[in-house]
Design a protein around this ligand. Structure first.
Ligand code: GAR
Length: 212
């Protein structure tokens, strides 16, 4: 069983997709052992409680400095001892010490086709605002491993979603969540649990096997 920890900041619809996929057998050989939020009010914590998964808040507000927050976060993660850390709308710059402590064991979902509309300042609705302002005809989502920089680690899965006439950032965000994020994030976790994702430098190779 792969021990999966999910880190969140907000609504937690991606967390819900993961919980539902585990319940439906679409993520095999994995259990969600905890949810960490940097925000005490995150609805994601309620979703965790509803699923019987321990939810913990580790907020920067409870620490005197960023360094102490980073240390507190890492200490909590070490306590949980996960095999995989999933950033599902976790809007915190991942501390370098955490990346070093969990090499190739942290993945993130980003709501665009990386390397477009990613990096510092691109999160949540801002990503879709920028994509529409640039006039792209296709956007989507990416699941990737986390390295020391922002949104630069090896890509695991991507899914494209067409922009439609009259799309607002909210409408595009919702379609990308439904058609891409909620599918490829659980799928990536299943692939990792099946031992089918191999990191090769800046890229990954997906080994053949039975899909859930
Ligand atoms: C998702 O769209 C996720 O891709 C995005 O935040 C949203 C969280 O929604 N993440 C980023 O922008 C990371 N740079 P959720 O809390 O409902 O899953």
């Amino acid at each position: 069983m792969l021990r999966v920890l999910v880190c969140v900041s907000g609504g937690g619809t991606n967390l819900q997709a993961i919980l539902d996929a585990v319940a439906a057998g679409k993520i095999r050989d994995a259990e969600i052992v905890g949810v960490i939020s940097n925000n005490a009010d995150a609805y994601a914590l309620t979703r965790a409680a509803n699923a019987g998964v321990p939810g913990i808040c580790v907020s920067p507000k409870d620490f005197a400095t960023r360094t102490e927050f980073n240390e507190g976060l890492l200490a909590k993660i070490d306590e949980i001892a996960p095999d995989l850390i999933v950033l599902a709308g976790f809007l915190v710059q991942v501390p370098e010490a955490m990346v070093r402590a969990y090499p190739g064991m942290i993945i993130n979902i980003h709501p665009s086709l990386i390397p477009s509309f990613c990096g510092v300042g691109y999160y949540g609705l801002k990503v879709h605002e920028q994509a529409l302002a640039r006039g792209v005809k296709v956007s989507g989502a990416t699941v990737h491993f986390v390295d020391e920089d922002m949104d630069t680690g090896p890509i695991i899965l991507q899914k494209a979603v067409y922009v439609q006439d009259g799309d607002t950032p909210k409408a595009l965000q919702q379609r990308i969540m439904e058609e891409a994020e909620w599918q490829i994030l659980p799928q990536a976790i299943d692939l990792i649990a099946q031992g089918r994702v191999v990191i090769e430098g800046r890229t990954t190779r997906i080994l053949p096997g039975a899909d859930a």
